[in-house]
Design a binder for this molecule. Structure first.
Ligand SMILES: *[C@@H]1O[C@H](CO)[C@@H](O)[C@H](O)[C@H]1NC(C)=O
Length: 436
């Protein structure tokens, strides 16, 4: 009974109630307007800086987030504009607040502009797409070729390169015998886009006699005095300096030491999807391609196992670089470190620069990388410890063999030629697995 009666009595007093409700709504709206003016970020956001601080953090974090922040701040800009329009048409007392709002609007628009500039650099913002379909950028854009850095080299490369790619070897007369074996294998494999950077006249003569394309730097250029008078470490840094110009000219470069026998054309077997594509010093799939190496500290009891990420180093004597900014940055970083104390092994530096992540006080290189197939781009440990003893693996035809694990390089190179080119099945048998 109480329900219907009270409902009826409510109905009876409706006109009076109705006008009260209208008054309440008007008061509510007014309070709302005043609060909106006093607390433009909302009642519960605390001090007004926290909002912009949060935005700043998001701005600096990543380009994708910058994209979304850009949309949000556009919305915010239009909201603030609407607020200002309302206010200026209604109330003179609020002019001070309008000024404040205008300042905030300008600040927001400035931020918005910055965000748009950064988005332009990386391209249009994109939606992420469904699960399993997203891929980060690994194939970076190539640089705009700049012939002015070395017009003479540019002319040579125009003639030698095939599809803007070539193999580059540095050589001085100390390694002439190995260069000879390497060059003859390159010819037998039918590779034409090969260039020797001659570090002395003996190598120039060798190249002329053997009809090999060569390039010699101008003698007055600083780095050649490094080649002749510098110590070991300075010389090993030389190739990283010299390669820079090749990339600047827009060429993809396969750097090749001279202790390498070519059996097939490597350009038929590289992927070109990464800034750096390198052969590995690894001797099985785990060490070549990476694995979880568990570190055990029994004293820690429950937490005795610490997991680590390991990979055998990339070989800095055989790697392919696409002409991209990260690849050039890698060369610069390695060359710079090798030119300063403490003395360091170029291959260790090459790998540290490539793999160490950013951390406090250090910005890591953002280059994409790929490990070459370890049977196609074979190191001499794989050949002499594993492949030559396995009937099936012996039938494989590698692209190159790099005698990187053995000091008796020349006889092993010649044996590799006998084995793979001349079908001499026992050519590899006489050598020990290691250097004994
Ligand atoms: C090593 O890796 C290659 C390429 O991924 C694969 O085909 C092969 O089966 C792997 N070998 C072993 C022993 O896991």
């Amino acid at each position: 009974m109480a329900g219907p009666i009270s409902r009826r009595s409510t109905n009876a007093s409706q006109p009076v109630r109705g006008s009260r409700i209208v008054v309440a709504i008007v008061i509510g709206v007014l309070i709302g307007c005043i609060l909106a003016l006093l607390y433009p970020h909302g009642l519960f956001s605390g001090d007004s800086d926290s909002g912009s601080e949060f935005q700043n953090r998001r701005f600096s974090k990543s380009n994708l987030q910058i994209g979304s922040t850009s949309c949000e701040s556009s919305e915010r800009v239009s909201m603030l504009k609407a607020d200002i329009a309302d206010l200026s048409s209604t109330n003179d007392e609020l002019k001070k607040q309008i000024r404040e709002l205008t300042q905030k609007l300008q600040a927001a628009e400035q931020k918005n502009g910055q965000a748009e500039q950064q988005v332009v650099v990386v391209g249009e913002p994109q939606k992420a797409g469904p699960f399993g379909t997203v891929e980060g950028i690994r194939t970076n854009p190539t640089v705009l070729p700049d012939e002015t850095v070395n017009p003479r080299l540019a002319k040579i490369l125009e003639k030698v390169a095939v599809k803007k790619e070539l193999i580059v070897s540095l050589a001085n007369s100390n390694v002439k015998a190995m260069l000879e074996v390497s060059v003859s294998s390159i010819k037998k494999a039918g590779i034409t886009n090969y260039l020797v950077v001659a570090l002395d006249e003996g190598i120039v003569d060798f190249c002329k006699e053997n009809d090999v394309a060569f390039y010699m730097r101008d003698p007055d250029e600083g780095i050649d005095s490094v080649a002749k008078t510098g110590g070991n470490h300075a010389v090993s840094g030389l190739k990283f300096r010299i390669l820079r110009e090749f990339l600047q000219l827009g060429y993809g470069v396969l750097l090749s030491d001279v202790d390498i026998v070519y059996i097939q054309n490597p350009f038929d077997h590289i992927y070109r999807d990464s800034d750096v594509e390198s052969m590995s010093d690894g001797h099985d799939n785990m060490t070549a391609y990476g694995y979880n190496d568990v570190f055990d500290e029994p004293a820690m009891g429950w937490a005795r196992y610490a997991h680590t990420i390991r990979i055998w180093v990339y070989n800095s004597g055989f790697f392919y670089l696409r002409p991209t900014v990260p690849a050039i940055e890698l060369l610069d970083r390695v060359a710079d470190r090798l030119s300063h104390p403490p003395p360091a092994w170029d291959q260790a530096v090459f790998n540290e620069e490539l793999f160490f992540p950013s951390h406090p006080g250090y910005i890591g290189l953002h280059a994409s990388k790929r490990t070459m197939d370890r049977y196609l781009f074979m190191n001499s440990k794989a050949l002499f410890k594993e492949v030559r003893k396995d009937a099936n693996l012996k039938k494989l035809k590698p692209v190159i063999v790099h005698i990187n694990y053995h000091p008796d390089k020349l006889p092993r190179m010649k044996a590799v030629v006998e084995f793979y080119f001349n079908g001499k099945q026992d050519a590899l048998d006489a050598f020990p697995d290691g250097s004994g």
